[in-house]
Design a protein around this ligand. Structure first.
Ligand code: UDP
Ligand code: MG
Length: 137
């Protein structure tokens, strides 16, 4: 059993795709262990994506991630980290396999609907960024 942090990004919330994202996780056997909606400040987003601070897209990405509410969730299951990323599809929707969330719903490489931790190390930074132990069921 493994836990990962997933986010329905501001574009996904705006497009009423919260339920669609959760449905796809649940239909692939994942369990939602924690869930909430919030809006990050620009600094919150910078802290969340601190690993990307030297990347050219850091400023634009953190502006996008703080432009509206997001839904953050802890997703639990066997191999949850890899499985959630498979369900999401590649970062760039143009490269994402058909049937993945990003292939089906995302508009471009930045506005790609959904986030999922990419490793155990990321998950152990990202889960407590949003949730206390008491909030994870
Ligand atoms: N991103 C972007 N331009 C790029 C690469 C990434 O705007 O060239 C954005 C995109 O929203 C992506 C996020 O930055 O989801 C984090 O990038 P990462 O490489 O970690 O992709 P992910 O793990 O989300 O697939
Ligand atoms: Mg990533």
């Amino acid at each position: 059993m493994e836990r990962t942090l997933s986010i329905v990004k501001p574009d996904g919330v705006k497009e009423n795709a919260i339920g669609e994202v959760i449905k796809r996780f649940e239909q692939k056997g994942m369990r939602i262990a924690a869930l909430k909606m919030l809006r990050m400040s620009k600094d919150d987003a910078k802290g969340f994506y601190i690993v990307h601070k030297e990347r050219p897209f850091y400023d634009s990405l953190t502006a996008f991630m703080s432009e509206g509410p997001i839904v953050v969730m802890v997703v639990e299951g066997d191999n949850a980290i890899v499985k959630v990323r498979e369900i999401m599809g590649a970062t760039n929707p143009k490269d994402a396999a058909p049937g993945t969330i990003r292939a089906d719903l995302a508009s471009d490489i930045e506005h790609n609907i959904v986030h999922g931790s990419d490793s155990k190390e990321s998950a152990s930074y990202e889960i407590p960024y949003f949730f206390s132990a008491l909030e994870i069921c």
